[in-house]
Design a protein around this ligand. Structure first.
Ligand SMILES: [Zn+2]
Length: 267
């Protein structure tokens, strides 16, 4: 979906594997009017980080718009054929559906909130719990990425662990804050945690970035296998690249948020 600004915090929800990150869990609220004496350098760094966080937010929206504005690489029938092949060849126990404002009502109330953005053509997701992969009827090709997640969930412990890691990422800034307190140095010089908060935050997101990329690669490979070499996969690759970029940006955003939480703590 396009909205990093949406209020729902599904982004760190283990149940749903979205095409794009789904909220602003990682963007950090900022305290204003700190009264104590703060070193000028800290204020400057905080300001720069905040500006960078805003830039990332905009960049992510831009990628989301690029993705959703991109063309479909083939028609809905062909996409459905690829999707069914992915399900059958991998023996997935997953229902595949293409959502619009009409068929959304057949789903239980609990799912309808999650399906709203899908019906509006803003996102797609796979959920392990409901064994369901959905894409917008207006953008069916997104289903192949979601089935890529379903295959990842199905293929052994390592990939499953990569997937599950995203449950914890939103806790990273707080965890670093606690670690930083534990390793406070007597001379008040920055310790390892403080010096590397940004890179540690980003590193925590790397498994998610990798798993997202792999889900797309599986979708692209399946399209080639089912539809043959004559089909032009360039529009699909382009769309998936922009989707992946939103996760890369979210990872950088987590690094920024981690750094911000430590700086804020200093104030
Ligand atoms: Zn995804």
């Amino acid at each position: 979906m396009t909205g990093l600004g949406s209020v729902n915090s599904n982004y760190s929800n283990s149940q749903y594997y979205y095409l794009m990150p789904n909220n602003n869990t990682i963007s950090h609220t900022y305290k204003e009017n700190a009264e104590e004496q703060i070193p000028e350098k800290t204020i400057l760094t905080a300001g720069l980080l905040q500006a960078f966080a805003i830039f990332l937010h905009k960049a992510s929206k831009w990628c989301g718009n690029k993705l959703m504005g991109g063309k479909e690489f083939t028609n809905a029938d062909n996409i459905n054929k690829v999707a069914q092949d992915m399900v059958n060849k991998n023996k997935l126990n997953v229902n595949v559906d293409f959502i619009d404002s009409n068929n959304i009502r057949k789903y239980p109330q609990a799912l309808q909130a999650e399906l709203g953005p899908v019906a509006r053509g803003e996102n797609a997701f796979y959920t392990d719990r409901f064994k369901l992969a959905v894409a917008p009827k207006s953008k069916p090709s997104l289903i192949l990425h979601e089935l890529g997640h379903a295959i990842n969930a199905h293929k052994g412990k390592f990939l499953k662990a990569l997937q599950k890691s995203r449950i914890y990422v939103s806790a990273v800034p707080t965890a670093l804050l606690i670690l930083n307190g534990m390793f406070k140095q007597k001379d008040n010089n920055p310790n390892f945690v403080e010096r590397n908060a940004g890179i540690i935050g980003f590193a925590a997101f790397l498994p998610t970035i990798a798993e997202e990329g792999l889900a797309s690669i599986r979708g692209i490979k399946a399209a080639r296998e089912t539809l043959g070499k004559s089909i032009n996969l360039a529009p699909l690759k382009r769309n998936y690249f922009f989707a992946w970029l939103t996760y890369l940006i979210a990872g950088i955003g987590l690094g920024v948020a981690a750094k911000q939480s430590l700086i804020e703590n200093k104030r």
